[in-house]
Design a protein around this ligand. Structure first.
Ligand code: HEM
Length: 446
């Protein structure tokens, strides 16, 4: 850790280093999982698919959460111009999360489950996450001090911090028999909470990205403008209600589905705005093209556009019936967590590292290689998953009853493309991560 962290490095950076390490580990788990699609016996005795999938997904979820917390804690200090209310609280918060992550990974390796999809670990291990998050909320509120006249990103952070806690608790309501005993209600609440948890961490990430864009453009007008607040409310509205497309296949009240569908379609407004602003964002991109952070933001812009088209298509009930439970859902989940969340977080980590006095290299050579390899591979990876999803959906709905084995052999070439592009995707990201993790602070470099 000598080169990574010294007495002068603010503690909040430890969240970022840990997040990057989790991403690196998660990429390796992902590759093992991808290989097991083709060779199911690979590492079966030690790390079978039922262990590797939660290990991969949890590493990636905690990469996003750790990095988002690190960015918010750092940017609060930059925004207020003061230190955090309590660095000690942040350290204890980090301790709770580290304990939870290590225990969760150990429980998966020992095949001790007991949770639900995405949070497969024993429910007891949710307690340190909840405690850590409560400390985050307290530290946030006491560091901000007032909500009067705050720019939009402070509201987004507050919403993200508060809603994550609320919806994370909600995702454990199944522990209470009243909720668990009614299957439809139980599933509805479960999927609603998952949709909103993602919406909550998006608030943390998008809020930080607005702060970052303000900083890079040197213009603070946008974050206080009525349009910024209008878009924030649209995001909040979606966070609360757009989860409905997760439950179209459940026999629940139709008004819930109709409201959710209508809300999902409001996302078209966001899409329209992106296209409208496309040209001006292109010229701004060119202006800052030499900055790594800006490049990653530009990549996220393209991924937002592509994923929004996929998400809106999947939200149409008549299409959702086909895509539900296929790799199109996986493409949606991975496309957004990689293309949007990870790209934006990497952009901000570059920015934060540069401010910590690290000699951040300009956008060339190895960084350029990693960046382009990751983005091009991601496109191939994403398209391969969508094709697998379409073929599987066709098989699920077919009246011919084609045997499962022959459907799987049709998918094999696409799984090979998935694995090949997944490997180059991982190499691209590992290059970027290693550049970030091995940057020495300026005082230590010659
Ligand atoms: C930053 C990079 C990555 C992130 C954030 C990420 C995220 C995710 C997420 C959120 C899921 C759950 C999807 C769902 O259940 O719908 C998932 C599943 C999966 N990922 Fe990744 N992933 C990444 C890279 C990779 C790579 C490089 C591979 C290698 C091939 C990979 C292979 C897999 C596999 C095999 C699954 C399981 C899909 C299934 O259940 O059938 N991932 N990933």
């Amino acid at each position: 850790m000598g080169t990574l962290y010294n007495d002068k490095t603010p503690f909040t950076r430890v969240f970022l280093f840990t997040g990057l390490a989790l991403m690196a580990v998660g990429l390796i788990f992902g590759l093992i999982g991808g290989l097991q699609y083709l060779v199911p016996s690979f590492l079966k005795a030690q790390l079978s698919f039922d262990k590797i999938r939660p290990l991969h997904v949890s590493s990636m979820v905690f990469w996003i959460i750790m990095a988002a917390m690190g960015c918010v804690l750092t940017y609060i200090e930059e925004h207020t111009g003061r230190k955090l209310y309590s660095a000690r609280l942040a350290k204890v918060q980090f301790g709770f999360f580290l304990f939870a992550i290590l225990s969760i990974f150990s429980s998966y390796v020992m095949r001790i489950f007991g949770g639900r999809e995405y949070w497969e670990f024993p429910p007891m291990l949710a307690i340190p996450i909840i405690l850590g998050w409560i400390l985050f909320l307290i530290n946030f509120l006491l560091s901000i001090r007032t909500l009067k006249n705050q720019p939009v990103y402070v509201w987004m952070w507050l919403t993200g911090v508060f809603f994550f806690l609320f919806t994370f608790l909600e995702s454990y309501l199944w522990l209470i028999p009243y909720f668990r005993n009614n299957v439809v209600n139980d599933m509805t609440i479960q999927w609603k909470s998952y949709g909103s948890i993602v919406g909550s961490w998006n608030m943390l990430i998008y809020g930080s990205s607005i702060f970052f864009m303000d900083k890079i453009s040197g213009d603070k007008k946008y974050s206080r403008s009525p349009i910024a607040f209008a878009i924030y409310f649209l995001g909040l509205f979606n966070l609360m209600f757009n989860w409905g497309h997760h439950i179209y296949t459940l026999p629940t009240h139709s008004f819930i589905k109709h409201i959710s569908y209508a809300v999902s379609m409001t996302e078209l407004l966001l899409l329209g705005r992106i296209i409208y602003l496309w040209k001006s964002s292109l010229s701004t991109t060119q202006k800052h093209y030499h900055q790594p952070g800006y490049r990653f933001m530009a990549a996220a812009d393209v991924w937002i556009f592509l994923n929004l088209i996929l998400a809106i298509t999947m939200s149409v009930p008549a299409i959702n019936i086909y895509t539900h439970g296929t790799h199109i859902t996986v493409a949606h989940a991975m496309g957004t967590t990689i293309g949007i969340n990870s790209m934006i977080l990497l952009a901000m980590i570059y920015d934060i590292m540069a401010n910590s006095g690290r000699k951040i290299i300009p956008f060339k050579q190895s960084l350029k290689f990693g960046y382009w390899l990751a983005n091009i591979s991601l496109f191939v990876f994403w398209v391969a998953l969508i094709i697998v999803g379409i073929l599987k959906a066709r098989w699920q709905m077919s009246v011919d009853q084609e045997p499962f084995g022959s459907m799987m052999s049709q998918l094999r070439p696409f799984f090979m493309i998935f694995l090949g592009s997944g490997t180059t995707l991982a190499i691209g990201f590992l290059t970027v991560i290693s550049i970030l993790l091995t940057q020495k602070p300026l005082s230590q470099s010659t």
